[in-house]
Unconditional design. Structure first.
Length: 300
């Protein structure tokens, strides 16, 4: 049985929705949780979402403390790490879940709003990850998860800033997975499908029942456990279903004669260039370049 006894986790955006589901699932397996969610206007003392989630964990016999840092602020990461270390003397797991959506086409969104989305979705994860990384690396153990999105993989009309911020997290995760592997610091991304405050307006009653945040939590629990060896992966999760997503490259076309290298040849071959026949997923950018260089004959 997978247990997290003795492990300490920080989970951002854990007052509600997916983050809350993750916090409850990890705590049920023995993890001690720093529950982060910023206070909202009108929160009465003791009734902020982070406090309520932490209280549920403690009532079930677990250990949890609330944190109210706004992850958009650069100091939030160091504050969260310090709270984990001050409370329990260690940090093992980081789940970067906090995020915000977008509901405006590119020509209607101002740069200030764009930056605010990036500040929360990307920099909010960066600040915590950067503060936690030396601790995880030095102790020779860590599990780090970022919350990406199918919009970060595929894009979506009206979600330019959101999609870009989530795609940036995937790039960050992929590089960190390579840097951390030798120190047993494993990093992955989850692309969750769930009905939350961000998506409920677009959800039917049937979707609300089928896409509960709790149905994503088992994968998150596995990915942050001692038992996992999964590293550098993007996992799509929801409705009790899971699958891996990749950024791959097809076989394409390689020209061998300089006389062939012209826009007309490309126009003739564009369907083969566009095809994903022979799709390959590469472990890193160097492997992708090496394969590209080796299979391309070069021009004569």
């Amino acid at each position: 049985m997978i247990r997290l006894d003795g492990r300490v986790a920080i989970i951002t955006g854990a007052g509600n929705g997916l983050g809350r589901a993750y916090a409850l699932a990890l705590a049920a397996r023995g993890a001690r949780i720093v529950v982060n969610n910023r206070r909202r206007a009108g929160d009465s003392p003791g009734a902020a979402s982070a406090e309520l989630t932490a209280a549920v964990i403690r009532a079930a016999g677990g250990e949890a403390v609330a944190n109210f840092d706004d992850v958009r602020l650069a100091a939030s990461g160091a504050n969260l790490v310090a709270q984990a270390l001050d409370t329990w003397g260690r940090l093992d797991i980081v789940v970067n879940n906090a995020g915000v959506g977008q509901h405006a086409a590119f020509h209607k969104i101002g740069l200030d709003e764009w930056r605010d989305i990036f500040d929360l979705n990307f920099y909010g994860s960066l600040y915590l990850t950067h503060a936690a990384w030396p601790k995880l690396r030095d102790q020779g153990f860590g599990r780090l998860l970022v919350s990406a999105s199918s919009a970060g993989l595929h894009g979506l009309h009206g979600l330019t800033a959101y999609s870009a911020s989530k795609s940036a997290l995937i790039g960050l995760m992929r590089s960190l997975a390579q840097e951390g592997a030798a120190r047993n610091v494993l990093c992955n991304a989850i692309c969750p499908y769930a009905t939350t405050a961000m998506t409920e307006a677009q959800s039917t009653p049937e979707m609300v029942a089928a896409m509960r945040p709790e149905f994503v939590a088992p994968m998150v629990t596995y990915l942050v456990s001692d038992q996992t060896r999964v590293n550098g992966r993007v996992i799509v999760a929801g409705k009790g279903a899971f699958r891996r997503a990749v950024m791959g490259e097809g076989e394409g076309v390689a020209y061998a004669q300089a006389a062939q290298l012209n826009p007309e040849s490309i126009a003739r071959d564009v369907e083969r260039i566009d095809s994903l026949q022979g799709l390959r997923d590469f472990p890193d950018a160097l492997a992708a370049f090496s394969q590209f260089y080796q299979v391309s004959p070069g021009l004569a």
